[in-house]
Ligand binder design. Structure first.
Ligand code: SAH
Ligand code: SF4
Length: 361
C-alpha cells in the first residue's frame, strides 16, 4: 500500500486526513507543529501523541521530503541546496543572508515550460510540476540546516518563489505550500514576507489575489510589446496592457501597496533611456517599485550584462519620475546560485533541448 506523505498537506488537508482515519481534528495542529516547527523526521519523535496513534500513523503514513543530495556555500554567505525529485531530476533552493533578513528562494517546477530567452532554467526545458512536499520540502530542509539565531528567531524570515519554474503554472501546489508558509503551526511567515514572482500569467494572478494574496513580483524585462514578445514569448498570450490591468486588480487585495517589477538589464537590448521613459509611461497607473537585475550570464545565452553606468543611468531616470528603484546585488554567482542561473537537472520532456541541438548542429 502506498503510504500517505504528510508533507503534502496544509492544515486543512491534514485535518481532513485525520478525520478520514477516525482521529480528532485537533491532532492535525499537533502533528503540523511536529512536522514543520520541529522538523520531525519520524513519528517516534512525536512524544505527545498516544502510542497507538503513532503506531497507526507509522502504518498508513510517512514523512517524505525530497532527498537532499548536495549543499554548497558561497564566499558571500549564500547557500545552495540541491534536491533530488525523482530519477534524473534535481531542483535547487538558495538561501541569501542579508543584514536584516534571511531569504530563501524556492523552486516550483522541474525546469520551466516558458522560454524566456535570458533564463537558464527556461533553456533547459520542462519536466513536471513539483508536489507540495517538494516545494515545502525546500523550506523544511533549509530550516533544519540554518536553524535559529541567538534570540530564537528563525534565520529564514522571507521566502521568494523565484527559483526554477513559473509558480502560477503550478497553482494549486504553490498555494497549498504558501498556506503552510503562513500557518502559525508551520512556519508562521507574514503575507508580506512571502513573494510570488511571475512572468505574468494574468488569469492566475487574479486567482492568487482571491485565494492567497501575498506580495507579488512581476518579471517585466521589457518596456513595449514588440520587445517583450521577443524575449518573453508568454507576452504574446498576455500582453502588457492586460498585465498592467491585472497588477492594478491585484493591488486591491494585496498585503502590500505596490507591485515589484523585476527588470533584468540586457546590454543594448532593454537598457536604453528610451526604455526607461516607456516604462514610466507604462506603469503610470500602477503603484510599483523597480528592481533592476544585472543579467547573470550562462553558456550561449547570447546576451551581455549592461554596464554599471547604463544601470545607474536607467535607475536615475526611473527615480527622477518618482519610482523607487533598487539594483539587485549579485549574490552567490561563484556557486551558480544567482538569479537565472539555477539549473538543477531536468529530464526535458518538451524536446526543447533536442530542437536546440539540432538547430545549432
Ligand atoms: N518564473 C518566475 C519566477 C522564476 S524566475 C518569473 O519569471 O518571474 C526569477 C527571476 O529571475 C525572474 O525575474 C527572472 O526573469 C530572473 N532571471 C531569469 N534569468 C535571469 C538571468 N540570466 N539573469 C538575471 N535574472 C534572471
Ligand atoms: Fe520560466 Fe521565469 Fe525563467 Fe521565464 S524567467 S523561463 S518564466 S523561470
Amino acid at each position: 500500500m502506498n503510504k500517505v506523505n504528510l508533507l503534502e498537506f496544509d492544515l486543512k488537508g491534514l485535518t481532513e486526513y485525520f478525520q478520514s482515519i477516525g482521529e480528532k481534528p485537533f491532532r492535525a495542529k499537533q502533528v503540523l507543529r511536529w512536522l514543520h516547527h520541529f522538523g520531525a523526521e519520524d513519528f517516534e519523535q512525536m512524544t505527545d501523541l498516544a502510542k497507538d496513534l503513532r503506531a497507526k500513523l507509522e502504518e498508513a503514513a510517512e514523512i517524505r521530503p525530497p532527498r537532499l543530495v548536495a549543499e554548497q556555500a558561497s564566499a558571500d554567505g549564500t547557500r545552495k541546496f540541491l534536491l533530488e525529485v525523482g530519477p534524473g531530476n534535481r531542483v535547487e533552493t538558495v538561501f541569501i543572508p542579508e543584514e536584516s533578513r534571511g531569504t530563501l528562494c524556492v523552486s516550483t517546477q522541474v525546469g520551466c515550460a516558458l522560454e524566456c530567452r535570458f533564463c537558464s532554467t527556461g533553456r533547459q526545458g520542462f519536466n513536471r510540476n513539483l508536489t507540495v512536499a517538494e516545494i515545502i520540502g525546500q523550506l523544511w530542509w533549509a530550516n533544519k540546516a540554518l536553524g535559529r539565531d541567538p534570540k530564537g528567531e528563525r534565520i529564514i524570515s522571507n521566502v521568494v518563489l523565484m527559483g526554477m519554474g513559473e509558480p502560477l503554472l503550478n497553482f494549486d501546489h504553490t498555494v497549498t505550500a504558501i498556506s503552510l508558509m503562513l500557518d502559525d503551526h508551520a512556519y508562521g511567515l507574514s503575507r508580506r514576507r512571502v513573494t510570488v514572482s511571475t512572468s505574468g500569467i494574468v488569469p492566475a494572478m487574479d486567482r492568487l489575489g482571491e485565494q492567497m494574496p501575498v506580495a507579488l513580483a512581476v518579471s517585466l524585462h521589457a518596456s513595449n510589446d514588440a520587445l517583450r514578445d521577443e524575449i518573453m514569448p508568454i507576452n504574446r498570450k498576455y500582453p502588457l496592457a492586460e498585465l498592467m490591468a491585472a497588477c492594478r486588480r491585484y493591488l486591491e487585495v494585496a498585503p502590500r501597496d505596490f507591485i515589484t517589477f523585476e527588470y533584468v538589464m540586457l546590454d543594448g537590448v532593454n537598457d536604453q533611456p528610451r526604455h526607461a521613459r516607456e516604462l514610466i509611461e507604462l506603469t503610470r497607473d500602477v503603484p510599483c517599485k523597480f528592481n533592476l537585475i544585472p543579467f547573470n550570464p550562462f553558456p550561449d545565452s547570447g546576451y551581455r550584462r549592461s554596464s554599471p553606468e547604463a544601470v545607474r543611468r536607467f535607475a536615475r531616470l526611473l527615480m527622477d519620475a518618482g519610482i523607487i528603484t533598487t539594483t539587485r546585488k549579485t549574490r552567490g554567482d561563484d556557486i551558480d546560485a544567482a538569479c537565472g542561473q539555477l539549473a538543477g537537472k531536468v529530464e526535458d520532456r518538451t524536446r526543447r533541448t533536442l530542437r536546440r541541438m539540432e538547430h545549432t548542429a
